[in-house]
Write a protein that binds this ligand. Structure first.
Ligand SMILES: [Zn+2]
Length: 645
């Protein structure tokens, strides 16, 4: 996600008063302990959604039904299931409405029919007997890794009572299971619901016939080694989902044009390439998943589509979310990165999106990202123009407010950092947002953008100097406010990754990124996984680095003291430099004396360094690449006055 206003807000808030005490966090466990613990975390739950939805534009409501197959791969017996109903954030009484301080997002003031909602109409356990295999409500059919098997109409089952643990917020619903779900077993749950996005755009929207269905279906919350990640939705924090299969049939007005996660297995999504589209033939990729059989029948869409309606069935595998948008005016352009299809949906009058511009930028971004991580594993990436500004990422879909290269690169990077390497944004938001910001600037560096880091560095340095920081790896809900959240997880997070690249060297860092992706793709990842990959690539212990820069608010400042230059005995010039370091954090630092650069590795707070150069140096510069996050960079440079004639 990126907000149009984030950069401005970060700079404006850079000098806000410190919000936290300077208490020192407990040191993290050693890498060896962390790795041992990781052996326990190699399981993750599996889900499969069979979903149907009918969009009734006249009544401004989406009717939905889904059967979710949930396979418990954890070592725990589960007595409940939690689902997120995130459209309920965008209405009065939600936690979001009560905590939002920005006037432009006042969901508490919305009236019917402007507010959003997501109402569960019914929920039940579907017995496995209904598909002719096994008996009872749980099944071991999914042990092999797939989530259950068999196919059939969802029969009548045990009704599930809905409880809303954060009431009056209703973004989290808890269902008590009639019988607990033991490790290794699967359960099927059928949920019918009605929903609509708000007309006030924030990570979702509807206006006229354009619907951005970013959040729209009851989505099972993640259960991991920390338990249920049942988080109400509010401004800080965003995504965390279970990987699985989505088979989604949409019943739409016949003239609608739809962009979605996955591939259209059947039906007409309304894609007619514009004359300027780089590809002139639509590549639907209908056979990408073979001839997939839908596992369950949610029972909403009986018979065939009514007159003036159409049905489009999408399928996606190895994803943890499904998003879509419709607009009958959407124009379509298409391009390719190898076998990956790039789809662009924009609106009439979007003059900077057309003529292949947005398609080419998306191709450029994804092609570059494949070089950083590795091959993109999904069939397609759809870049669509949403109603809101800024951008938000979903598996195989980016919803963007504009066609700029920076925004496209940021959101496309989330296909990897979030989509495929699925961190918990409620706990380590920096791991995908800091990474997205870092990769966007890295892309800019390699594409001739002058000084892409200067604004971030200035804003972050001002915060460091004012102690207006919190640990970057703080849980999202613990940041004092949205601007602190943005400054730490986006800006400082990106700077920490840039410093790491400098510390280990770019070649090693690239190897580490490939390794991280190869080892962890389609997993829930943590900072420890990235650290382990970088340690394997560099052969160095980096635990001190991840601790200091992510888990503490320790600061760093290097400064130049006395500098003396004199002729060296054997010829050339001997320059003697006093370098001091203050603040509790440490990093090595480069010292540039004339045309010679040396790296200083001492942990002493004051060191005397002597550098011999052939020519008499004009200047002495600490951290000449400007890569270290310091509290004061004004004391890093001295010009050496040459003696008069
Ligand atoms: Zn982002």
């Amino acid at each position: 996600m990126i907000l149009r206003m984030v950069a401005r807000a970060l700079i404006a808030a850079a000098l806000a008063p410190p919000a936290i005490s300077s208490a020192t966090p407990a040191p993290r466990s050693s890498p060896a302990v962390a790795r041992e613990a990781a052996a326990d975390t190699l399981w993750q739950q599996r889900v499969a959604y069979s979903t149907e939805a009918r969009l009734d534009e006249a009544a401004q409501v989406l009717h939905g039904a889904e059967v979710v197959r949930y396979h418990n791969q954890s070592p725990d017996t589960l007595g409940v299931l939690y689902f997120h109903l995130y459209l309920n954030a965008f209405r009065p009484h939600s936690l979001w409405a009560r905590t939002e301080r920005r006037k432009e997002y006042d969901f508490g003031a919305l009236q019917d029919p402007d507010y959003g909602y997501e109402r569960v109409r019914s929920a039940e356990v579907v017995p496995w007997a209904a598909v002719g295999g096994g008996a009872g409500e749980t099944s071991t059919a999914g042990r092999a890794g797939a989530v259950g098997r068999g196919r059939g109409r969802a029969g009548r089952g045990r009704t599930l009572e809905a409880a809303y643990p954060f009431a009056p917020d209703s973004t989290v619903v808890r269902f008590q299971l009639p019988r607990a779900l033991p490790p290794g077993d699967s359960i099927r749950v059928r949920i019918a619901w009605d929903a609509r996005p708000a007309t006030l755009c924030r990570r979702q929207c509807r206006q006229g016939r354009h619907w951005d269905l970013a959040q729209w279906y009851p989505r099972v919350a993640v259960f991991d080694t920390a338990g249920w990640e049942d988080h109400p939705l509010y401004p800080q924090g965003e995504f965390y989902g279970e990987f699985g299969t989505y088979d989604v049939t949409l019943d739409l007005a016949a003239d609608q044009v739809v962009g979605a996660t996955g591939v259209p297995v059947s039906g007409d999504p309304g894609w007619k390439p514009d004359a300027s589209s780089p590809d002139r033939e639509v590549d639907y990729e209908r056979d990408w998943y073979g001839a997939p059989v839908r596992l369950d029948d949610p029972g909403l869409l009986t018979d065939v589509a009514a007159a003036g309606r159409k049905r489009v069935r999408f399928r996606a595998e190895e994803v943890h979310h499904f998003a879509w948008s419709v607009d009958p005016q959407y124009r379509y352009e298409q391009d390719h990165v190898g076998k990956v299809v790039i789809r662009v949906l924009y609106r009439p009058g979007d003059l900077d999106w057309d003529l292949g511009a947005a398609a080419r930028r998306t191709v450029r971004a994804l092609g570059w990202l494949e070089g950083i991580y590795g091959p993109y594993p999904w069939p397609q990436l759809t870049n669509l123009h949403r109603l809101e500004g800024g951008g938000t990422e979903f598996p195989m879909v980016i919803m963007n407010g504009g066609p700029g290269q920076g925004l496209i690169t940021h959101e496309s990077s989330h296909q990897y950092n979030m989509g495929i390497l699925a961190n918990n944004e409620w706990k380590e938001g920096w791991l995908d947002e800091g990474m997205a910001s870092f990769l966007t600037n890295w892309f800019a560096e390699e594409h001739g953008v002058p000084q892409p880091w200067s604004r971030s560095m200035e804003a972050a340095e001002a915060r460091e100097a004012a102690s207006a920081t919190q640990p970057v790896s703080e849980p999202s809900e613990d940041f004092s406010d949205f601007s602190m959240y943005g400054a730490m997880i986006y800006t400082k997070g990106s700077i920490v990754l840039r410093m790491l690249r400098w510390l280990v060297g770019e070649d090693v860092f690239r190897r580490g990124m490939h390794d991280y992706y190869r080892t962890e793709r389609f997993h829930h990842v943590t900072a420890a996984d990235l650290e382990a990959a970088m340690e394997r690539a560099s052969g160095k212990d980096l635990s001190w680095y991840f601790h200091e820069w992510l888990q503490t608010t320790w600061t760093l400042d290097y400064a130049l003291g006395d500098v003396r230059t004199e002729r060296a005995d054997g010829g050339g010039w001997r320059t003697s430099v006093r370098v001091t370091r203050s603040g509790r954090a440490w990093m090595p630092v480069d010292l540039e004396v004339g045309d010679t650069t040396v790296r200083l590795d001492s942990r002493d707070s004051s060191q005397q360094v002597t550098v011999v150069t052939g020519e008499r140096p004009d200047s002495v510069i600490l951290d000449p690449d400007g890569v270290l996050l310091q509290t004061d960079r004004s004391n890093d440079r001295k010009e050496l006055r040459k003696p008069g004639p």
